[in-house]
Ligand binder design. Structure first.
Ligand code: NAI
Length: 251
């Protein structure tokens, strides 16, 4: 894809699932990658696997819900690689399943802190670094739960709808300064997050596959490809947009 070679890309949630696959795809296209995650073991493995494959990557331990951590993540990219071109704000948690009436404050707060405040803090730290470097592109991970409602996961649904609102606002505020901001809304993608849900509900993958026009769930690489494409010059007039990558599930 055009415009990725020799760039600098941050990927959050890079220890697992979609973030790991996306970090690998950015590196395969020639980006130098800062792989950020709260899970140090998985993040180090991601960075090592990229280096073993001939790419360039550094792991930075980061809790995306913590402002100082997020600022340090961006500083690490600038100090190590000389600037920041792309950020994929992808870290997220599913939280606990409960009806709206039974949702506990701690579940609401943690899910909103990681999934929504995490993106807000990312935008605040990443955009100034991109402006110093002539512009850049940010992709935020929402979900099909950011487009339609789902029962039992109200904090998750609220956080992912919020990510789309933040994405649109950032695109409006920074378009003229050369920063594009988009969201991706994945459908059900086979990652450890979904494996945890399937452990509690073994029929889930089959049921979702049946309800999906393409007849299957997605692979993490298919979201990684979408993130890299949105960052590339091939998407140079795309901003404020949400790309639903779900095999047609919400169509
Ligand atoms: P995953 O659980 O495999 O990976 C999530 C990663 O985020 C983990 O490495 C975890 O350590 C990291 N993380 C969690 N809290 C963090 C924090 N406070 N700071 C930094 N890192 C943190 O999940 P998956 O499936 O790869 O999810 C990635 C993103 O995609 C999430 O935002 C999720 O909500 C979203 N998503 C996933 C879908 C799926 O079907 N797998 C569908 C729609 C959206």
């Amino acid at each position: 894809m055009n415009g990725i070679r020799d760039s600098v890309a941050i990927v959050t949630g890079a220890s697992s699932g979609i973030g790991r696959a996306a970090a690998r795809r950015f590196a395969e296209e020639g980006a130098r990658v800062v792989a950020a995650d709260v899970d140090a073991e998985g993040g180090s493995e991601t960075a090592e696997a990229i280096r073993d494959a001939g790419g360039e990557a550094t792991f930075v331990e980061t809790d995306v819900s913590d402002r100082a951590n997020v600022e340090a993540m961006v500083e690490a990219a600038v100090d190590r690689y000389g600037g920041l071109d792309f950020a994929f704000n992808n870290a997220g948690i599913e939280g606990r399943n409960d009806s709206l009436a039974d949702q506990a404050d701690d579940n609401w707060e943690r899910v909103i802190d990681v999934n929504l405040k995490g993106v807000f803090l990312g935008l605040q730290a990443e955009i100034p670094a991109m402006l110093d470097d002539g512009g850049g592109v940010i992709v935020n991970t929402s979900s099909i739960a950011g487009v339609v409602g789902f029962q039992g996961v109200s904090p998750y649904v609220a956080s992912k709808h919020g990510v789309i609102g933040l994405t649109k606002t950032a695109a409006l505020e920074y378009g003229r300064e050369g920063v594009r901001v988009n969201a991706i809304s994945p459908g059900v993608i086979e990652t450890p997050m979904v494996e945890r849900a399937a452990a509690a509900n073994p029929e889930m993958i089959e049921a979702v596959s049946e309800a999906t026009p393409m007849g299957r769930v997605g692979d993490p690489e298919e979201i990684g490809d979408a993130a890299v494409w949105l960052c590339s010059d091939d998407a140079s007039f795309v901003t404020g947009e949400t790309l639903v990558v779900d095999g047609g599930y919400v169509s």
